[in-house]
Write a protein that binds this ligand. Structure first.
Ligand SMILES: [Zn+2]
Length: 222
């Protein structure tokens, strides 16, 4: 049930190290420190905060709305990651021609409507990026608790397919009201996953060097 268990080792170890609650591996901390800060490292850190906060509130993976709000309130780097992802989403929306404003009207009379439309589209892109971030942090659907169906606890009750995730059990399946929105959200989630995996690779690559640094420092102080 708990998705944290399937996560890559680097991610988990990095999390523990940056959170400071328990330095699991000093080499990893050194390696992470040598990496350039990217969207990937930012998201890796945020997911670490999320996993820690979630574990401290409820280790079983079943969380109520209040629990989820409490978890979000604990995330120190949520805002910066949210802003970075929202910025990326706005850029990608232009490239992908998603939710683009209509050409600016020549008549002044049409300006107000045009501006409102552009603002509405900007908010829609931002909202989608927020939902993508949630799907990245918490991949299992909350409505059905990652089971894909609802009800059916008693012998007479029939289980029904969860409408939030369409029975897929994944948060990502519920993003977007139109085909275009779903496609853009999937594109964004793909970018998020690739940037995180690049960050994990960069940290792994820095590990041998970090071990060497630690050995030299260790020799110098002993
Ligand atoms: Zn569901």
């Amino acid at each position: 049930m708990n998705a944290i268990d399937d996560r890559p080792t680097i991610s988990e170890r990095y999390t523990i190290a940056v959170d400071g609650t328990y330095v699991f591996d000093e080499n990893l901390l050194i390696a992470a420190g040598k990496c350039k800060e990217t969207l990937g490292t930012m998201l890796l850190r945020l997911r670490g905060e999320f996993d820690n906060a979630k574990a401290s509130i409820d280790g079983t993976g079943n969380t109520t709305l209040t629990d989820r709000l409490l978890i979000l309130a604990q995330l120190k780097t949520l805002r910066e990651a949210q802003e970075a992802l929202s910025y990326l989403a706005a850029q990608r929306a232009i490239v992908e021609r998603f939710m683009q404003p209509a050409p600016m009207p020549r008549e002044l009379a049409g300006m107000k409507g045009w501006r409102e439309d552009a603002e509405r589209k900007g908010r829609a892109v931002r909202a989608l990026s927020g939902r993508v971030l949630v799907a990245f942090l918490d991949p299992n659907c909350h409505a059905c608790d990652g089971t894909g169906s609802l009800g059916g606890y008693g012998s007479l009750q029939v289980r029904s397919i969860c409408r939030a995730c369409g029975g897929s059990s994944k948060t990502r399946a519920g993003i977007g009201r139109s085909a275009a929105e779903r496609e853009f959200a999937a594109h964004l989630l793909g970018l998020v996953e690739r940037s995180v995996s690049r960050a994990e690779q960069a940290i792994s690559a820095g590990l041998p060097q970090a071990k060497e640094v630690r050995r030299i420092v260790g020799e110098a102080v002993s």
